[in-house]
Design a binder for this molecule. Sequence first.
Ligand code: GLU
Length: 422
Amino acid sequence: MKTSHKSLYEDVQIQFKKAADLMNMNPGIRNILSQTANEIVVHFPVKMDNGNVKMFTGYRVQHNNILGPYKGGLRYHPSVDLDDAKALATWMTWKTAIAGLPYGGAKGGIQFDPADHSLAELEHITRRFTFALGNNIGPEYDIPAPDVNTGPQTMAWILDTFLSTRPQGERNNNLHVVTGKPLNSGGTLGRDRATGYGVVTNISEWARDNKMDLGKCTYIVQGFGNVGSWAASFMKQKGAKLLAVEDVNGILYNEKGLDPDELITYAKNNKGNLSTYPNAATIQHKEFLSLKADIFIPAALSNQITMETAPLLNVRLVAEGANGPTTPDADLILQQRGIGLIPDVLCNSGGVIGSYFEWLQNKRSEYWELEEVMEKIRKKVTEAYSNVSKTAKDHKTDLRTAAYIVALTRLEKAYLERGIFP
Ligand code: GLU
């Protein structure tokens, strides 16, 4: 699944320029939004299990906070660097604006492979990173969340470290410094499935607009982590048939269909490794990408659909569960080939919408039922989809550019109302 990596931030600028030109954006505000506000790089030492001290590099990039506190995930991956964090932070600003949330955009992480470390080391790395970030994060300032290779446990460690460094009297009103927490530590029901649910809600809306019957659809998924596995599980509820799954350990293919819930159980019992799952054949990466199916859900890393791979796809719709899976030149190829695409900043927004509801519950000391959370996510995602699809029709453009126009219009209005200090 690895491809050569050109600058993700350059990709963001290309997408941004197209939308800003089309909507004739105010030039001053365009200047502001084409840069990130703060770029924090921290180098910090951690004592390993064997007693050796190792240095790590962590990032937090805050792109914009005109609409509310900075918001976005932290990822643990060897590919994390300043350029990636800048791109991902910028996408978060668009994503929260499209979803109509009172948030800005941020992203960060640590450049390392968590698979090389014990649980105890991961805890120490996470705690020391949180300590290094210090007051650069905070419940009304910048609110991290899970992303690639981080999850509820990571958030619990960040929470505990952050609270432990506050004065006693302030600890319990800082629970919302991170979202995506485990349930007993202030997490919300539904945050685990929120992104996958949002992906499938978007797909259902698109299917309705494009007269596609999901009950008769086939699809393929790249990545079977939190996003891919929950998306597959919700696709099963719609009656769609999963033909193949690609993840870091290999590819599973069964033309008669794979059962997502069975795969989830298998992954749980095998430390996340699906490669030994018995009821499937194995195929190569190129064959996977060329499979004839109705929908492709990339739910792994960025830069997967490129100039080289876009011509291989044999689907009607790409639904971007991952952030940045499609490069701008691949976007054009897909458009020329008549393949629909629901862009990441809309398609995977269910996650940050779920985070918002967790944050609200923490602020109000409330606990909401699962059904209530899911219904609220469904409403927000559906509204966002409908705004974007209407904007696409009004501007006669693709859904990605339309999603940008929705975000940029909201941000532009806020800047025009507030003006520039001093
Ligand atoms: N990391 C997720 C994203 O890319 C979720 C962010 C959040 O919940 O703040 O949207």
